[in-house]
Design a protein around this ligand. Sequence first.
Ligand code: SF4
Ligand code: SF4
Length: 283
Amino acid sequence: MSLKIAILSGKGGTGKTTVSTNLAKVLSKNMKVLLLDADVEEPNDHLFYNVTFEEEKSVDVLIPKVNKETCILCGLCARECQFGAINVFEKGVLVFQNLCHGCGVCSKICPVRAIDEEPKSLGKLKFGKTDFFDFGMGLLNIGEPSGVRIIRELKKYISDDYDVTIIDAPPGTSCPVVEVLQKVDFAVLVTESSPFGLHDLKLAVSLVKEMEIPYGVVINRYDPAFAELTEYLGEEKIPLLMKIDFDKEIAKWYSEGKLIVDQSEELHRNFELLYENITEVLV
Ligand code: SF4
Ligand code: SF4
């Protein structure tokens, strides 16, 4: 069976990268692993490995280009655009590139074929290998509003050849995260011991419940003094998959770009147990 696991967190800086990169390393000992960094606004999984990139490609969207000479200013394109991305004025037609989804409707319905389409780059994909597993990442161009299309393209690297695919999702619970969650088998929700962590965890829990995806929680920077978090998990019967203690040494390793499972046998074992716990929830 080929298992697809998404690593989520309701907010940034919670420890998604730590969980994704370390889990990938531990599993690669016995399995064929693919790690995809879908945190396209700020991918940084690659910083923890020597990656040999073998492929790089642009992800484009087709934007309409209106031929002034041919356009009869009929207004049909503006009426049919679901995204309000094209407006027709007395003197011409204006395309708002950032709103355009490249759906192609306007060019198809234009009665005088005044609309051509031209590619605009949204960002890029890179794919390659580390010493332990295959690796892919998406990178959204600065100023682009949504990474959904890049994530969709990145997920095309998923194949049954891999025993496990780990997808490091963008933070939050918006459209790019929903795109990551399409067709995954399990979601690991990473949170931390704080009121903000708990608040954002609840949002992430609602999302995976709504999408009917099996899930469990990893608490990073675990602090037993903040009991509300474990109480919430208990009340909601949410599986607690792993706790990573608050530890200055772990923060130091992270800042030095080191995998924590390489620094501590106990942490290595904990990540093995994390996978075992995931498979137990799935049984
Ligand atoms: S549908 Fe075609 S002809 Fe009509 S306003 Fe748009 S571009 Fe011009
Ligand atoms: S391609 Fe689609 S989204 Fe873009 S302007 Fe045309 S109809 Fe609107």
